[in-house]
Design a protein around this ligand. Structure first.
Ligand code: NDP
Length: 283
C-alpha cells in the first residue's frame, strides 16, 4: 500500500483550518508564522512558497521576509530579534541552508525557544532527548504520523534509520525509540548495510542518494519510508533514496517521492505553529 502524504496532509490541513476558526473565536486571533528567506536558492524558494501556501490553507497569518544573499549575520539576527519580540508572531523559521558567511548555529540559537517551530533550537533538542515537552522536528514527526496511518504497532519492532543528521536521522531515531521500537541507526560507515536494513520492520531512508535502497535490502512486508529528495541524473526528475518500483511489491507500505514525506513535513510545521500558539496563549 502506498502511503499518500499529499492526501493525508490535505486531511490534516482541513482539520487544522477548522481548529483555527475555533481558536480565533476563543483567543481573538489566528496562529501566525514568520518565515525568513535569505538569497535566491530555487529549492529554498520553492520550500518557502509551500510553507506560506500551507499557512493560507490552514487559515494562519504568515509573514515572509526576504533578504539578499549579501545580508550580514548581524542584520539577520536583528530581524530574528524583531520577530521574537513581536507579540503577534507565534513561530519563527529561517529557511536553511544559509549563505556561507552566516553561522547557522548562531541563527538557530537566536530564535526564541517558544517560537522554534522547526524544533532545531538546542534547548528543544535537549528536551527531546530528555523526554521533556518540546517541539518535535517536522520531518521525523511527519514520518511517525505516516507510520501511525499504517495501523502498525511500533512497540517492540525493529526500526532501522539510514542517516544520522541532526534534522532527520537522529530525531527520527529518538521518536521511534519513544514509540518503543528497537532502533538501529545506520550511516556511511555502517558495514554490510543490506544485512542491517533487511532486518527492519520499519525502514527509514534519510540519506540523499538516489534509489540506493534496493529490493534485496528490504524485508518482505516492511514499512518503508523515503525521506530522500534527489534529482535523477538522467531525467532530472525528483526521486527518493528508495528504488520505489523495485521495492513497492516487497514492502507492505511505502511512501512515494514526491508526494510522500515532503508534504507531511510542511503539514507538521503547521501543527507545530498551532502548538507554539497554544503554548504562548496558555503561559
Ligand atoms: P545529510 O546529508 O545531513 O545526512 C545524510 C546521512 O546519510 C548522513 O548521516 C550520512 O552518513 C548518511 N549516508 C551518506 N551516504 C551513505 C551511504 N552510502 N550509506 C549509508 N548512509 C549514508 O542529509 P539530511 O539528513 O539533511 O537529508 C537526507 C535526505 O533527506 C536528503 O535527500 C534531503 O534532501 C532529504 N530531506 C527531505 C525532507 C523532506 O521533507 N522530505 C526534509 C529534510 C531532508 P555520515 O553521517 O556517516 O556522513
Amino acid at each position: 500500500m502506498i502511503i499518500d502524504g499529499k492526501l493525508l496532509s490535505a486531511k490534516l490541513k482541513a482539520q487544522m483550518a477548522e481548529q483555527v476558526v475555533a481558536l480565533k473565536e476563543q483567543y481573538g486571533r489566528v496562529p501566525s508564522l514568520a518565515v525568513i528567506l535569505v538569497g535566491e536558492n530555487p529549492a529554498s524558494q520553492s520550500y518557502v512558497r509551500g510553507k506560506i501556501k500551507a499557512c493560507a490553507e490552514c487559515g494562519f497569518e504568515s509573514i515572509l521576509t526576504t533578504m539578499p544573499e549579501s545580508v550580514s549575520e548581524q542584520e539577520l539576527l536583528a530581524e530574528i530579534a524583531k520577530l521574537n519580540a513581536d507579540e503577534r508572531v507565534d513561530g519563527v523559521l529561517v529557511q536553511l541552508p544559509l549563505p556561507r558567511h552566516i553561522n547557522e548555529e548562531k541563527v538557530i540559537d537566536a530564535i526564541a525557544l517558544e517560537k522554534d517551530v522547526d524544533g532545531f533550537h538546542p534547548d528543544n533538542v535537549a528536551n527531546l532527548w530528555l523526554g521533556k515537552p518540546c517541539i518535535k522536528p517536522c520531518t521525523p514527526k511527519g514520518v511517525m504520523r505516516m507510520i501511525e496511518e499504517c495501523g502498525f504497532d511500533v512497540a517492540g519492532c525493529n526500526a532501522v534509520v539510514v542517516g544520522r543528521s541532526n534534522i532527520v536521522g537522529k530525531p527520527m531515531a529518538k521518536l521511534l525509540l519513544d514509540a518503543n521500537a528497537t532502533v538501529t541507526i545506520a550511516h556511511s560507515r555502517t558495514k554490510n548495510l543490506a544485512e542491517v536494513t533487511s532486518k527492519a520492520d520499519i525502514l527509514i531512508a534519510a540519506v540523499g542518494r538516489a534509489r540506493m535502497i534496493t529490493a534485496e535490502m528490504v524485508k518482505e512486508g516492511a514499512i518503508v519510508i523515503d525521506v530522500g529528495v534527489n534529482r535523477d541524473a538522467e531525467t532530472g526528475k525528483l526521486c527518493g533514496d528508495v528504488d520505489f518500483e523495485g521495492v513497492r511489491d516487497k514492502a507492505a507500505h511505502i511512501t512515494p517521492v514526491p508526494g510522500g514525506v515532503g508534504p507531511m513535513t510542511i503539514t507538521m510545521l503547521m501543527q507545530n505553529t498551532i502548538e507554539c500558539f497554544l503554548n504562548r496563549q496558555n503561559k
